[in-house]
Design a protein around this ligand. Structure first.
Ligand SMILES: NC(=O)C1=CN([C@@H]2O[C@H](COP(=O)(O)OP(=O)(O)OC[C@H]3O[C@@H](n4cnc5c(N)ncnc54)[C@H](OP(=O)(O)O)[C@@H]3O)[C@@H](O)[C@H]2O)[C@@H](O)CC1
Ligand SMILES: [K+]
Length: 506
């Protein structure tokens, strides 16, 4: 599992290293600068062969200090380097000042004005890193100039730690800085561990490609509350040779009325493909014929209302439920959700199952329990947790928002997006990022969320714990989309799952 940390956690690790006496701040800055230059040459090997012209933009803190190191190292490689500084050199922090003074023995430092980048092959953004605390102003002309590349794609823009303007925690532009006033990089080089902001919100688009350089801090522990990148539990996904269908559980998916069964059928298909031993679709009596015409391996049951469902759930072998996809705003929806949750089985509450409680979220929280997974998209989340959604708009990170929501709901919450965040009531959290080498643009398609709900339900039926089920399902969902590629529609997701599982089990 890849750990992700916040800016404050990174500062804590750096401080622990420096106070332990094993390394100085100056040495860490040297390692950071060296790491950036190594990453640049790895990304563009031609830059290591022949020197070129580089402009290094340095800011008023230690990010700027890294910039002075990079300028010196590039110059040693034969590059012609120009350095521009934002702010007053007399006010640089000590390590940055030491590297500023060292650079001054080689070349000039210009005030950051309107640099001319046309002739540069490389621009290094060492303006602001993890210390950006407020709205960034005055960078508009520079940022815009950098967005206009030559026909050959120059200059390449490399951000040190984070592209200036972006929050290393939330992945959003600090203080609602206009995106045009922020740097967009081709490559971002960060240190020790990726930060949550590299994967959330605007982070991936602003960072370009992301490389993490080791600066020798591994002896200093990652904090317990670190977030990780989601990954599948490959071992648990495998099935034992001696098992029969009931040992893989029985998933039950609630279905909408006539003409509204597609979403639940997609979920049911997902649950079956991911390995639930049996899957039953529970639909209103009038919709039996419609569903019978479309289903084979998925079984059918009549469910008129909450009371009818409670009767069916007397069969204790039904061990995982999915309620919400395609249920609509029928009067029965709330009753069905209540019946599902009062049965105290592992359950996924999605889509209309969540929206049904928009006017009275407390009624839902009252019956939720720790074996549930809520899978809202941003709109459903805002309806259930309006105050938390406001914090999110005000700059709180998506991780913190989902943690807060999970604590309130007393259930696992999975907030969908290209940066899906999953959290438990106790504060464990992971990000399933469809970004960088895992980008899955074709996943933004109708019904994809229904299949995800089905995947989670299927894993719950197989006995996965809720957080583990949500994490593994979310990862597989993105991997299915990436494996299928262009032209993906939701029906394809369950069908491509076997090849994804085969690859995983190699
Ligand atoms: N941690 C580590 O292990 C390592 C860290 N390293 C490097 O250090 C970087 C962090 O350095 P940092 O803490 O000095 O912060 P940084 O981003 O340079 O900015 C701080 C300056 O910006 C100013 N400022 C803030 N907002 C502003 C605004 N809107 N407009 C204008 N000014 C604004 C702020 O001013 P103040 O708020 O104090 O008034 C302060 O002067 C990190 O990203 C990495 O590159 C590596 O060397 C190796 C290991
Ligand atoms: K930067």
């Amino acid at each position: 599992m890849t750990d992700l940390i916040t800016a404050a956690q990174m500062r804590g690790i750096e401080l622990a290293a420096i106070t332990s006496g094993v390394v100085t701040g100056l040495e860490l800055m040297e390692r950071a600068g060296r790491g950036v230059v190594a990453a640049i040459f790895e990304e563009w090997p031609e830059f290591a062969q022949s020197g070129g012209r580089a402009v290094v933009l340095c800011g008023p803190g230690n990010n700027g200090g890294d910039g002075f190191v990079i300028a010196r190292l590039l110059r040693e490689w034969g590059w012609e380097v120009e350095v521009c500084l934002w702010g007053d050199p007399a006010r640089l922090p000590p390590d940055a000042k030491a590297n500023y003074e060292r650079w001054c023995t080689f070349g000039a430092v210009h005030p950051l004005g309107e640099p001319v980048f046309e002739a540069a092959e490389l621009v290094v953004d060492a303006l602001f890193g993890t210390g950006l605390t407020r709205k960034l102003e005055g960078l508009e002309k520079t940022a815009l100039a950098l967005k206009g590349k030559s026909a050959a794609g120059f200059p390449k823009v490399v951000a040190v730690d984070v592209p200036s303007g972006l929050s290393a925690d939330s992945g959003r532009y600090v203080g609602e800085t206009d995106v045009d006033a922020c740097i967009s990089a081709d490559l971002t080089v960060s240190f020790h561990r990726a930060k949550t902001g590299h994967y959330l919100a605007d982070g991936p688009a602003a960072c370009g490609r992301l490389v993490i350089e080791d600066i020798g801090l591994d002896a200093f522990c990652v904090p317990e509350e670190a977030v990780c990148l989601a990954g599948p539990n490959v071992e648990r996904l495998q099935k034992r040779g001696d098992a029969h269908k009931f040992s893989h559980g029985h998933a039950f998916v609630l279905c909408g009325g006539v003409g509204h069964g597609g979403a639940a059928r997609l979920a049911a298909r997902g649950a079956l493909r991911i390995g639930a031993g049996l899957v039953t679709l529970g639909c209103p009596p009038a919709a039996i014929l419609e569903n019978a015409c479309q289903l084979n391996a998925v079984m059918l049951a009549r469910v008129a209302d909450g009371a009818g469902l409670t009767e069916i759930l007397e069969d204790s072998r039904i061990n995982a439920l999915c309620v919400g996809p395609g249920l609509g705003s029928r009067a029965e929806t709330r009753g069905l959700v209540r019946a599902v949750l009062l049965a105290r089985r592992a359950s996924v509450v999605d889509a209309d199952g969540l929206s049904a409680f928009a006017t009275a979220p407390a009624d839902l929280f009252e019956v939720l329990h720790e074996a549930c997974v809520l899978t809202p998209h941003a709109g459903e989340f805002a309806r259930l947790f309006p105050d938390i959604a406001e914090h999110l708009s005000a700059g709180c990170t998506k991780v913190d928002a989902v943690r807060e929501a999970a604590a309130r709901a007393g259930s696992v919450v999975l907030l969908k997006g290209a940066d899906t965040v999953i959290a438990t009531p106790e504060g464990r959290a992971c990000i399933n990022a469809a970004a960088y080498e895992c980008a899955a643009p074709w996943l933004a398609t109708a019904g994809a969320g229904d299949v995800l709900a089905g995947f989670i339900t299927g894993l719950l039926a197989r006995g996965f714990a809720p957080y583990e089920a949500a994490q593994t399902a979310a990862w597989l969902h993105v991997d299915c989309a990436r494996t299928f590629g262009a032209g993906l529609i939701s029906e394809d997701l369950p069908e491509v799952l076997p090849s994804v599982l085969r690859r995983l089990h190699g």
